[in-house]
Design a protein around this ligand. Structure first.
Ligand code: HEC
Length: 205
């Protein structure tokens, strides 16, 4: 009987200590994090996302971008993220307070995207890249996401948002390739990714 009791206390202590360490401690540390008011610029940081970019975050989730891309910049002593130009500073917990879910990621088959909107803010480039990665990034192994685009017959003048594709990726004469609403939202989301603003706990040198 005594041994049963000890065993039970052992199980209970293991459960409680992991709950304290993995749930309670992080909650006390980060649960109350709020936006920071930057008084010089008179704006709240991190900035809130637009509705279109918010929809884009769901397209990002649905297409598994997180399986190949992280969104976290490590400090200089933990890796070469800063040296590679993936950000002006390391990322911190407050950078993610608007994200549900967040896309920290664990795999880097492709580059980190925490600040892709800063590196590349050209919509046309992103659409071409998503439709045909190798057309803008030679030798890319990123899979194309063609189902986010539709091919349609040109009626009258070509659409303003038609993709400018050449060679084997170009549509048949008389046709054009245009982004769907999901593709537009995804690109709005990618361009919104810019965590280079300064925070008290992560200043920009
Ligand atoms: C199978 C892995 C894989 C998946 C899934 C993937 N990517 Fe990529 N991605 C890559 C690789 C590899 C590169 C680097 C080569 C290139 O630029 O195409 C890259 C590059 C990029 C770049 C350019 C980054 C830069 O610094 O220039 C963007 C933007 C991007 N991916 C967005 C996405 C989005 C959005 C999705 C989901 C719809 C996605 N990727 C899914 C592998 C992947």
């Amino acid at each position: 009987m005594n041994r049963m009791r000890n065993l039970f206390i052992g199980f209970f202590a293991t459960f409680i200590s992991s709950w304290l360490g993995l749930v309670v401690a992080p909650h006390l540390q980060f649960g109350g994090l709020k936006e920071h008011l930057d008084e010089d610029e008179n704006q709240y940081l991190p900035p809130a996302r637009t509705g279109l970019a918010e929809r884009g975050a769901r397209v990002y989730a649905a297409n598994g971008c997180v399986y190949c891309h992280t969104q976290q910049v490590r400090p200089a002593h933990q890796g070469s993220d800063l040296a590679r130009g993936w950000g002006a500073r390391r990322t911190v917990a407050r950078d993610y307070i608007h994200d549900r879910p967040h896309f920290l990621g664990t795999m880097r088959t492709g580059p980190d995207l925490a600040n892709i909107g800063h590196r590349q803010n050209n919509e046309g480039w992103h659409h071409k890249h998503l439709y045909a990665p190798q057309s803008v990034s030679k030798g890319s192994i990123m899979p194309p996401f063609r189902y986010l685009y539709k091919t349609q017959r040109i009626v009258g003048a070509p659409s303003a948002d038609a993709l400018q594709l050449e060679g084997p990726d170009a549509p048949q004469p008389g046709f054009e390739i245009v982004p769907t609403e999901d593709a537009k939202a995804l690109v709005a989301y990618l361009i919104s990714l810019n965590r280079n603003y300064p925070l008290p706990e992560a200043p920009v040198d």
